[in-house]
Design a binder for this molecule. Structure first.
Ligand code: DGL
Length: 257
């Protein structure tokens, strides 16, 4: 089985990492639209077009399913996308639901970290309203982390300074949970945790997305292939010079391949 992964850059690797654990025997095509990142700072229509280009590529190479491993792309584009393609498309959603459930018990607040486009989108506001959690959910756009990640800077003094500045206005003890609502952010797990209390629980949507993918593949009778391999492509389908770095990220930060 051939599964396509789509993100603006390296963030989707955090989701691919989960897929490699749960569905190891598949052929993965990881498409990073590096020519157009960061999506979080683009318009909704621009992102919709980029995602459509990516899905056209996936259709051309005949995938069995696609994971849009990007919260921003999912929030603006997934609505109409599914009916244009014959393969199943699984998206990402900030893991607000489990975080709210957890914090209601604790009497604490939830902090959602994502791109500004994700946080502005109707889809996000509806999600929070459905959970009746408007009062207990705070948000913060941390687009700078996307840029650092793309420069392969994760645990540096620069990142530390950036987070210090951005998080300075928050009363950290108020938060029982932090939702990593951008797939680039789990790459900063370690450094982010230093800014919160030891009791703060971090949530991200990767596991839920991959469980959903596995269910869909099973329902459709798509069986694993014997060969497991990963191919990385970038905008326009060329192999990236950073192919090796992508593998290194998976090994170092996500402890997979
Ligand atoms: N990784 C993406 C997300 O999950 C988007 C990052 C970006 O390109 O701004 O939102």
């Amino acid at each position: 089985m051939k599964i396509g992964f789509f993100d603006s850059g390296i963030g989707g690797l955090t989701v691919l990492g989960h897929a490699l654990n749960i569905l190891p025997f598949a052929e993965y095509i990881y498409y990073a639209d590096i020519e157009h990142l960061p999506y979080g700072e683009k318009t909704k229509n621009e992102v919709k077009q980029y995602v459509q280009n990516g899905m056209d590529y996936m259709a051309k190479i005949k995938v069995d399913a696609v994971v849009i491993a990007c919260n921003t792309a999912t929030s603006v584009a997934i609505g109409k996308l599914r009916k244009n393609y014959s393969f199943p498309i699984v998206g990402m959603e900030p893991a607000v639901k489990p975080a709210v459930t957890y914090c209601k018990e604790q009497g604490k607040k939830v902090l959602v970290l994502a791109t500004s486009l994700t946080l502005r989108e109707e889809k996000f506001h509806q999600l929070v309203q459905r959970l009746d959690a408007t009062e207990m959910v705070d948000t913060m756009a941390l687009g700078g982390l996307v840029k650092f990640a793309e420069q392969f800077k994760f645990d540096t003094a620069e990142v530390q300074e950036y987070l210090q500045k951005e998080l300075a206005a928050l009363t950290i003890q108020d938060y029982g949970a932090v939702v990593l609502g951008c797939t680039h952010f789990p790459l900063f797990n370690k450094i982010l945790q230093q800014f919160f209390t030891k009791e703060t629980v971090f949530f991200d949507g990767s596991a839920g997305t991959i469980t959903h993918l596995a269910d869909i593949l099973k329902q459709k009778g798509i069986v694993p292939s014997v060969d497991d391999k990963i191919k990385f492509v970038i905008t326009d389908g060329e192999l990236p010079p950073s192919d090796v770095d992508y593998k290194k990220i998976l090994q170092t930060y996500l402890h997979t391949i």
